[in-house]
Write a protein that binds this ligand. Structure first.
Ligand code: ADP
Ligand code: MG
Length: 565
């Protein structure tokens, strides 16, 4: 069944998961806000009933009732905040995994920094949902209740409360209006700073060795200063409005008392009602005032939510693809153009070739001629900007990732192994099949090399673990590429760091893979892999100069221009 998911289905699912918590919060908020009438009612009763009658029994009974109501209020408030804290966790749990998967599958976040930003956004949203802000936003809608009651006591009081709230809302809008541009710009600068920091961290060795630390620190702190300046500016403006609104509220409260007193003097309301109205209006204004205070956090959460929704939506394609048969390795590339993420123009265009299953093609060309770009497109890391790549007739997007991944063996130009054991790395972190791992390692000629390491296949790689040389990494990367006998093996300059033994092992591995029926595409600078090839593809300046059987291409191109063979 082919089915397009509706836009943002993950976000929708996360919101749906939070729905019970949301309804519970609304229900609790209703009761909590009704219980808030306790104070004003108690006041009216005490002033207008107890004091004139001087009846202590009534006072005691009323106080008991009020006490019980306040205790209930406290308990409900506690439960409500716990529900909200949990809804933050539910929301996070529903989104975190799909988000990370989306970011890692590279379909959504095109750069590393964007991916990191998405994870920060998720943290920020959870903090917002679990913090004190949502309570405020839950209480605000009940404000009309308090205004209505004040109105019942005297329309003048209701009108005054409405006017007061109108003023506070105007201040809220002003906060949004003055802080939003600065906060937007701050978040853009924060992303830029994170990007600078991430590249410098990743290349700490060269940064230290070449004495670039202070210059990189300057660069980073330039962006960081921008973030701080913009955030300070936004916070300054928000603080100004918060203090205006606090002052405004104090004046409003006393003004209300004055109005109540005036009405009481003219015997429009009782003295009890005067105090109670003051309390009611205070209650009506409080959530509105708190909304003003939390507005900045709300805006930031909203921006984070919008970014997350965009990332999640960008990664959504047809989720359920019809199961295609496992590919055998016919490759056909038609008028392919590839544009690197965020690049202005295609780094590669006009590439067309066909390979039958079991053929080996070597891609040659100078540095920067587009070899790696072509290879990233062939393994579905970058999508074609034009044209198509077909594997057994189907475009790469038509395969479900879990079908395509095992069918492809990819060795990137710069091999990085992931944190974990060597065995796990070779098995691509899937179910560990020791036999398949050893067979891949044997094929890549690294079995003995691995056994000589302290813990053999269980040697941990990465920080705190074993550090491998470039050549060792490349050969273990080759074993990872060969794992599970993929139909299409794509290697980007696999012999760049290899010594003669390594090169011989590589040639042997490729022969074995070809004998096993795999289609092989390798890029290289060196002659060794050219002489093995069935087909040659010559790249110049991002275009295809020539493609054909090896002998034919070598004949037509002077070996000097090829700079190989
Ligand atoms: N991530 C990238 N973003 C933008 N441009 C890129 C990126 N990677 C490569 N390019 C550009 O694509 C062209 C081909 O590069 P590449 O495919 O890496 O060449 P080769 O592997 O043959 O040395 C170069 O001009 C390079 O500047
Ligand atoms: Mg390259």
């Amino acid at each position: 069944m082919m089915r397009k998911t509706t836009k943002n289905s993950d976000v929708a699912a996360a919101l749906r998961a939070c729905r019970p918590a949301f309804f519970a919060t609304v229900a609790f908020s209703l009761v909590i806000n009704l219980l808030m009438f306790t104070g004003p009612l108690y006041m009216i009763e005490v002033y207008d009933r107890v004091l004139p009658s001087r009846h202590t029994g009534t006072l005691l009974a009323l106080s008991g009732l009020a006490l019980a109501a306040f205790a209930l209020y406290g308990a409900l408030e506690l439960i409500r905040s716990r529900i909200l804290i949990r809804s933050g966790a539910i929301f996070d749990r529903a989104l975190a995994r799909p988000l990370v998967e989306r970011v890692l599958s590279r379909s959504a976040a095109s750069t590393e920094a964007q991916g990191a930003q998405s994870l920060r956004d998720l943290d920020q949203l959870r903090d917002f949902l679990a913090g004190s802000a949502p309570v405020v936003f839950c209480d605000a809608p009940w404000t009309p209740l308090f205004v209505g009651l004040a109105w019942l006591m005297h329309p003048g009081l209701g009108l005054a409360a409405l006017a007061g709230i109108g003023g506070l809302l105007a201040l809220t809008l002003a906060t949004e209006w003055v802080t939003r541009p600065a906060l937007r710009a701050a978040s853009a600068s924060a992303t830029a700073a994170a990007q600078i920091g991430a590249t410098a961290m990743r290349n700490r060795d060269v940064v230290a060795a070449l004495g670039m630390a202070s210059r990189f620190a300057d660069r980073w702190s330039g962006k960081h200063e921008e973030v701080i300046a913009l955030q300070t500016c936004a916070s300054d403006r928000a603080a100004l409005i918060v203090s205006i609104s606090r002052t405004y509220r104090l004046i409003l409260q006393s003004g209300m008392l004055a109005l109540g007193a005036w009405l009481a003097i003219h015997q429009e309301i009782t003295v009890g009602a005067m105090f109670a109205a003051n309390l009611l209006i205070g209650r009506a204004l409080q959530p509105v005032e708190q909304v003003v205070q939390h507005w900045k956090g709300f805006i930031m959460a909203r921006e984070a939510f919008a970014r997350l929704a965009a990332v999640l939506a960008a990664g959504e394609g047809p989720v359920q693809r019809m199961e295609l048969p496992a590919p055998v390795g016919h490759v056909s590339v038609e008028q392919l153009a590839v544009c690197a993420p965020l690049a202005a123009k295609p780094g590669l265009s006009g590439v067309s070739f066909r390979l039958a299953a079991g053929e080996m093609m070597t891609v040659v060309g100078a540095s920067g001629s587009g070899k790696s770009t072509l290879i990233k497109a062939l393994v579905n890391v970058w999508s074609p900007a034009a044209g198509a790549i077909r594997l057994d007739g189907a475009t790469l997007e038509q395969y479900a990732p879990e079908r395509l991944g095992p069918a492809i063996g990819y060795l990137p130009q710069e091999v990085e192994l992931l944190a974990g054991t060597i065995g796990e790395n070779i098995a691509r972190f899937g179910d560990m099949d020791a036999e398949k791992v050893v067979s891949a390692a044997r094929m890549a000629g690294v079995h003995d090399l691995i056994l000589r390491l302290p813990n053999g296949y269980d040697t941990e790689i990465g920080p705190g673990g074993s550090v491998l040389s470039g050549g060792q990494r490349q050969r273990i990367g080759l074993a990872r590429a060969l794992y599970g006998k993929p139909a299409l093996i794509v290697l980007d300059e696999p012999n760049a760091n290899l010594d003669l033994t390594g090169e011989a092992a590589l040639a042997e591995a490729l022969e074995a893979a070809r004998a096993g029926g795999a289609t092989i595409i390798v890029s290289t600078h060196k002659p060794a892999l050219v002489s093995m090839a069935d087909k040659l593809l010559v790249m110049t300046d991002g275009t295809q100069q020539m493609f054909g059987p090896r002998a034919e291409v070598l004949e037509r191109i002077a070996p000097r221009t090829l700079r190989v063979a």
